[in-house]
Design a protein around this ligand. Structure first.
Ligand code: HPA
Ligand code: MG
Length: 218
């Protein structure tokens, strides 16, 4: 079920415009981001809540699917949090982990998607409860395509969590079951979200600067 927008945190550049001086950021990125949108500590607190919501809804084992590469940090922190929680019956949730490589961006433009998941791997999804873990829903095109493909392997259920959802007129309207934050229509980096493979080594979620876009363009 799509999450109700009142349940996620709406981040705007007006409200959440932390100066780079307010937190520690790697010196090699000082010129390349214009502001800190979501500090790492806030991300971690929100991940704990998302884990709580997921465990509250879980009735049995989950196959947690990490969408690489951008989803890896959220996936790692989320799985860690879920492992420590029990559901309403006082039971922990058995987890198995899967990794799917999805690639869709060159510079800051979407250029269609490629997925690295074989038929062989997908066949294991039959009858399972899947939880897809994504870093960001931007246009929604990647997720809709992925869900279509996964659906053909007859999983028992498929739920999606995305740490971020972008408020963009290019959206196809897709909304995940569990969303951390909605963000403005800006290109963001950090917490494993990249720009041409850079910025994955930045903990906070930041808005890339013009300087950064030029410095790391391909
Ligand atoms: N940043 C990084 N990766 C992305 C974004 C973004 O804003 N949108 C879609 N993939
Ligand atoms: Mg992604």
């Amino acid at each position: 079920m799509p999450m109700d927008p009142s349940q996620w945190i709406d981040v705007t550049t007006e409200k959440n415009h932390y100066s780079l001086d307010h937190f520690v950021i790697p010196t090699h990125y000082e010129q390349d981001v214009s502001s800190i949108l979501i500090p790492h500590g806030v991300i971690m607190d929100r991940v704990n809540k998302l884990a709580r919501l997921i465990v509250d809804d879980a009735t049995g084992p989950l196959v947690v699917c990490c969408i690489l590469k951008g989803g890896h940090q959220y996936f790692a922190d989320l799985v860690n949090a879920v492992k420590k929680l029990t559901n309403k019956d006082g039971k922990t949730i058995p987890l198995s982990l899967e990794f799917i490589r999805v690639k869709s961006y060159k510079n800051d433009k979407s250029e269609g998607v490629t997925m690295s998941i074989t038929d062989e791997e997908c066949k294991e999804f039959e009858g399972k409860n899947l939880l897809i873990v994504e870093d960001i829903i931007d246009t929604g095109a990647t997720m809709v395509q992925l869900l279509k493909k996964l659906g053909t392997y007859s999983p028992k259920s498929v739920k999606v969590t995305s740490l971020l959802i972008k408020k963009t007129p290019r959206s196809n309207g897709y909304i995940p079951d569990y969303v951390g934050f909605s963000i403005p229509d800006e290109f963001v980096v950090g917490y494993a979200l990249d720009y041409n493979e850079y910025f994955r080594d930045l903990d906070h979620i930041c808005v890339i600067s013009e300087h950064g876009k030029q410095a790391y363009a391909v």
